[in-house]
Design a protein around this ligand. Sequence first.
Ligand code: CMC
Length: 426
Amino acid sequence: MSTHAKLTYEGKEYTLPVVEGTEGERAVDVSQLRQSSGLVALDPSFGNTAATESSITFIHGEEGILRYRGYPIEQVAERGRFTEVCYLLIYGERPSPEKLREFRKRLTYHTLLHEDMKKFFEGYPANAHPMAMLAAMFASLATFYPEESTAVDDNIARVIAKSKTIAAFAYKKSIGQPFMYPKNDLSWPANFLRMMFAVPSEPYEIPEVFEDALNLLLILHADHEQNCSTSTMRMVGSSEANLFASLSAAICALWGPRHGGANQRVIEMLEAIQEDGADLPGFLDKVKDKKSDVRLMGFGHRVYKNFDPRARILKRAADRIFNELGISDPLLELAKRLEETALEDPYFVERKLYPNVDFYSGLIYRAMGIPTSMFTVMFTLGRLPGWIAHWLEMKTDPSGYRIHRPRQIYAGPREREFDDRGTRHM
Ligand code: CMC
């Protein structure tokens, strides 16, 4: 492999180092290019820019590969439990049984919300979107737990433990039911399900199939390298904003329909197609019409150009879960027909557009009784360990880190005079 690339510009040659990752990906290091040549790299939307070297997650978009710390997602999804995956992503290795017990204990210790935080929920309108509440609650954690360098591990445990309590309280608020407090002998997913669906006066048995399904969904969402919300987490963290503020910003980035908000939009799209008589070719015509702003939600990905391994796992899981529950959902059948129809259409084939993780996840959440407005919250709960892992990786980088500060190519007006138009008192 060549260790350098050469750039010729205005008769001068510049030598740029080539960096190779452990899976053979190569990048030209342009970090010193401006100093030597006066040129900066222009890459709108960062489609071809590696923002960092990272050891957390590997994706091969053409081959549909996703690995957490080297472990294939298929194996982690089949054999892992969410708490262990959190530890793996954040601390780099699988924990010993003793370390896992200790980690679980710390998560357990931190599941309660400060009673004063409960009052915040009272101020929101009943129809408030839970993502707005979640973002605000995460930022508010900073008012209760000031960031100190000695408390990093405690704050990480707090976030993972309290996130499910905050999410379940946001749901209870929206339906006007009393909050359920955590019950800490339960697993992370079971504890969440109980806080969501139990009511104080009634016994509640957590269906094992839901606990396992949620465990799977959380794991599949746990990390996805430098996506929009993770890049936001690193960006905000690079300014030395605290962990809670950085997470709140990442939550807001995830909320958008091109990112984590897509799972909510997929179900809304399927419902609309069904109401319109399930005319799939007619709907796809609208998607393909460049004058319309209709997109096939749950399809396409910046990195995957063959298939999204998470979508494959979820499609199979949806079938299994629906079988186990002995239920059927016409939207699942509609989704499968929509996928088949789209994958036979040259528009989607030529653009390499395939179902992504959001295409089938919502159907499973629906089967569990989780309302559509909570879907992106579910994505958030799963993605927390990934965001934290990236934040910690940046913070503990032995070579340090600088504030993230992209440059631009200015394309506005040249200098002009701001003349006095007598508007001083207007
Ligand atoms: N429906 C219709 N056309 C699409 C779609 C779609 N879902 N996705 C991409 N295209 C077209 C796009 O119009 C463009 O066509 P052309 O070359 O003719 O202009 C071409 O495919 C390339 O698309 P792009 O917009 O350059 O792709 P991107 O990498 O910028 O965007 C994406 C990726 C995920 C935002 C986009 O595919 C999309 O909006 N998908 C629907 C929303 C969605 O499902 N998001 C969840 C992503 S997976 C979960 C996560 O990690 O957030």
